[in-house]
Design a protein around this ligand. Structure first.
Ligand SMILES: Cc1cn([C@H]2C[C@H](O)[C@@H](COP(=O)(O)OP(=O)(O)OP(=O)(O)O)O2)c(=O)[nH]c1=O
Length: 192
């Protein structure tokens, strides 16, 4: 069956592009340029949902009058009530990995499908358990270049996988796009 509406993934992330590709939907990509700073006293769940919605809405607004669907997504790491985005530098990365070391934290990914003027949003939370990470491992890891564009300063799918003892929840959500929930959301509102 033909897909009902063209679909745009509002993202510059090659990981999200690859994950959405796994689901077999036909789509194009367009990066959303939004301010990702949190509001004062904004809860983590509210922040990640708002950013996914703003990414989808921002790309939608570039296509006014066109009948298309836009999928936005955002990922944050939350540990002991602190929200971790992407690290600014090596020192910031060390602070983040020290916080995560030998502890449990949450990875929250929100997805938002913007379609026919409405936002359909879902939050997926995964529990991640880190092993002890030494200072030399933190420095070596920063030097690899991998943590720089990753929320919480690690990538489970890369070298950072060595820090992850176990997870409870969705692996693909930690990488940036929860496969089951995204497919369900798209099927609910679009046909193909
Ligand atoms: C925790 C973790 C995060 N990440 C990534 C997922 C997200 O791409 C990134 C968090 O930044 P985001 O701001 O969610 O996304 P992005 O800037 O990469 O892409 P865009 O806004 O254009 O869609 O961290 C991993 O790749 N692996 C991990 O294990």
């Amino acid at each position: 069956m033909k897909q009902s509406s063209p679909l745009i993934l509002a993202s510059a992330s090659p990981r999200r592009q690859e994950l959405l590709g796994q689901l077999g939907w036909v789509f194009t990509c367009q990066a959303a340029d939004i301010d990702e700073s949190p509001k004062q006293n904004e809860a983590a769940a509210d922040l990640v949902c708002r950013l996914a919605e703003e990414k989808a809405a921002a790309v939608s607004s570039l296509h006014l009058g066109e009948s298309l669907a836009v999928l936005g997504s955002d990922t944050i790491v939350v540990c002991e009530g602190q929200v971790l985005g992407k690290p600014k530098d090596a020192a910031d990365s060390k602070v983040m990995l020290s916080l995560l070391s030998a502890k449990q934290h949450q990875v929250m990914t929100a997805i938002c499908l913007y379609y026919q003027g409405r936002a359909h949003t879902q939050l997926v939370t995964t529990e991640v358990y880190f092993c002890l990470v030494s200072e030399s491992q933190m420095a070596e890891y920063w030097a690899s270049g991998e943590p720089a564009d990753k929320a919480g300063s690690y990538a489970i799918q890369g070298l950072g996988g060595r820090f992850v003892e176990r997870i409870e929840g969705s692996y693909s959500s930690v990488v940036g796009l929860p496969l089951v929930e995204t497919d369900r959301l798209l099927h609910l509102h679009l046909t193909r």
